[in-house]
Design a binder for this molecule. Structure first.
Ligand code: ADP
Ligand code: ZN
Length: 297
């Protein structure tokens, strides 16, 4: 039995076919252009296999209200050709197989909770710090949806006094986390690629401070046992220790130390490396094949 997995990103689409055990049978990636250009290529690829179901971890925001007529559509993305695109129903109709969709980060969070760094926990948060900042929250084995889905990248954080761009660069919000701490914000602020900034550059002190504000807010809001930080920017591994240190400073002893330790086991790297996203899509496909009745999970 094969399952189709799609990690639909704003820059590229990663398509995989996996077997019952989760082994990858085939995998390709195609650039994200318009639906007219990109959808036929993806459909052709999946038609080459006999699939039981398809799972999609998709950039958002998405309509994930199962009562909505536009369930499974991409909504107000800045990628204009994809705005209001009914990606789930097109795949379902064209491939005539069950399909399931969730946000890319909810998918990654699910994979980390089932198979990665958050195994055995009841509440965990997966955050990607890359082109944007997004988070997927798992409670009791299921991604949280609610009114829409969490958009934790856009919470307001307190700008550092020494930040030369204290309002950040989000077109929607002054000093939101994504606008201050996503990869492009670092690059706009310093006029240099984040990859090339040396570890002693002041960029990183700001970065760990902003991500610590996220971690403290998340610990106080949801009480996660694990906060997994992934994405391109977190390739700078030295950030982890300073994020942990600053999170403890911000909490100021309010959450008992015996629960937090030094946060080494709370604020962690992804257990699945860069495979969390595609593995999440695979798990969504498995759920769709079983005919999970409540699509909200
Ligand atoms: P996406 O978010 O588009 O899926 P990534 O998670 O790779 O992709 O994030 C891309 C962003 O992360 C870019 O802004 C890039 O500058 C930044 N980035 C990628 N690799 C690194 C790195 N090694 N160190 C710091 N920043 C990085
Ligand atoms: Zn914002």
């Amino acid at each position: 039995m094969y399952y189709g997995a799609l990690e639909a990103g704003g820059t590229k689409m990663v398509l995989a076919v996996m077997d019952e055990e989760g082994n990858t049978v085939s995998r390709i990636s195609v650039p994200t252009r318009t639906p007219d250009e990109t959808m036929p290529a993806m459909l052709d690829y999946y038609r080459g296999f006999s699939l039981a179901a398809l799972g999609i971890g998709c950039f958002g925001p998405l309509d994930l209200n199962p009562a909505s007529e536009t369930y499974g559509s991409i909504t107000m993305t800045p990628k204009l050709p994809w705005r209001n695109y009914p990606i789930l129903s097109v795949f379902e109709k064209e491939l005539s197989i069950p399909a399931a969709i969730d946000t890319d980060v909810n998918g990654a969070a699910l994979a980390e909770a089932e198979l990665g760094a958050a195994r055995g926990t009841s509440v965990s948060l997966y955050v990607t710090v890359g082109t944007g900042i997004g988070g997927g929250l798992i409670m009791n084995g299921k991604p949280v949806h609610g009114l829409m889905h969490p958009e934790i990248g856009h919470i307001s954080v307190v700008p550092a006094p020494e930040d030369p761009s204290p309002d950040g660069f989000c077109p929607y919000h002054a000093h939101c986390l994504e606008g201050l701490a996503a990869g492009p914000a670092i690059e706009k602020r310093w006029g240099q690629s984040a990859k090339e900034l040396p570890p002693d550059h002041p960029a990183w002190d700001l970065e760990s401070g902003y991500l610590a504000q996220l971690c403290a807010a998340a610990l106080l809001s949801f009480s996660p046992e694990r906060i997994i930080l992934g994405g391109g920017v977190m390739q700078q591994k030295f950030l982890f220790d300073s994020i942990r240190e600053k999170t403890l400073e911000l909490l100021n002893g309010y959450i008992p130390a015996r629960l937090l330790g030094h946060l080494d086991n709370v604020i962690v790297e992804p257990g699945l490396g860069t495979a969390s996203g595609i593995t999440g899509a695979y798990l969504l496909a498995k759920g769709a094949a079983l005919g999970t009745p409540d699509r909200r999970g």
